[in-house]
Ligand binder design. Structure first.
Ligand SMILES: Nc1ncnc2c1ncn2[C@@H]1O[C@H](COP(=O)(O)OP(=O)(O)O)[C@@H](O)[C@H]1O
Ligand SMILES: [Mg+2]
Length: 235
């Protein structure tokens, strides 16, 4: 059997923040971060608060520029370096290959919860009816009450918003899925639902890179933990 394909390769990534309000002082976060994530694998970023875990996810998603290194994402026959890709190329990569569940839902005014999820499916390229079918299934599995589906999530609780966010990230078939503490504001029943969704993605061959503080969740989904403190750039 051939080994599963590497879908994400992070190679010698370094990042410092420039503190413009403090005379341009440099705040080093990580240096020489290297790891791979293969199809069907869930790699967890570990380390204490402030270690640079969320920053690394944002670098992989292209929200933060890194100062050095490369972030290679498989795109069919091609491989794209997120650290060097044009904005237009990044938009395409995010639509079809690379999804990110942030810690908090960025609420879009007036768009209903279900349409937020359907939109993500349609942007990926699924037909609208298939997107709607998947959205209903996910919102049901995540125990979002049906009377909320047609409402805009601005007034939802933190946990409800987070479940809309998770449904949006999981609705399509992106090959690489980034998760920043998706279960942080959820109760045990919904944490278990998210674990099931993650295990389903692994079985279809998705490469997952996530941050999970809940040890129970981590133990159930992680194939490997990459300890970010190993790459600490603090002097
Ligand atoms: N946009 C930013 N500007 C300046 N400093 C930042 C920014 N984002 C994160 N940091 C700093 O980088 C360090 C790592 O943060 P973060 O990646 O959020 O850590 P973690 O997710 O491991 O808790 C922290 O010291 C944080 O204050
Ligand atoms: Mg974080």
């Amino acid at each position: 059997m051939t080994p599963p394909a590497t879908l994400l390769n992070v190679d010698r990534v370094g990042k410092s923040f420039t503190m413009h309000l403090q005379g341009g002082a440099l705040l080093p976060v990580v240096q020489d971060v290297s790891f791979d994530v293969a199809a069907g694998e869930c790699v967890v970023l570990g380390g204490p608060s402030g270690a640079g875990k969320s920053s690394l996810l944002k670098i992989v998603y292209g929200n933060y520029r890194c100062d050095s290194g490369s972030v290679m994402v498989r795109d069919g026959e091609d491989t794209i370096d997120v650290a060097a890709a044009s904005p237009r190329r990044m938009i395409r990569l995010r639509r079809t290959r690379l999804a990110y569940v942030s810690q908090f839902l960025r609420v879009i005014p007036r768009v209903s919860a279900i349409d937020i999820v359907v939109q993500a499916a349609v942007e990926f390229g699924l037909p609208e009816d298939e997107g709607r079918r998947r959205a209903r299934d996910l919102l049901t599995r995540l125990n979002v009450p049906e009377q909320l589906w047609s409402l805009a999530p601005a007034t939802f609780s933190g946990g409800e918003q987070q479940r809309i966010n998770i449904a949006r990230g999981f609705v399509a078939d992106h090959d690489v899925l980034l998760l920043d503490e998706p279960t942080a504001s959820l109760d045990a029943v919904n944490r278990a639902a998210v674990v099931d969704l993650i295990l389903t993605k692994k079985r279809r061959g998705t490469a997952l890179l996530g941050i999970f503080h809940d040890e129970d969740v981590r133990d159930r989904v992680a194939d490997r933990v990459v300890d970010v403190t190993r790459f600490s750039a603090a002097a």
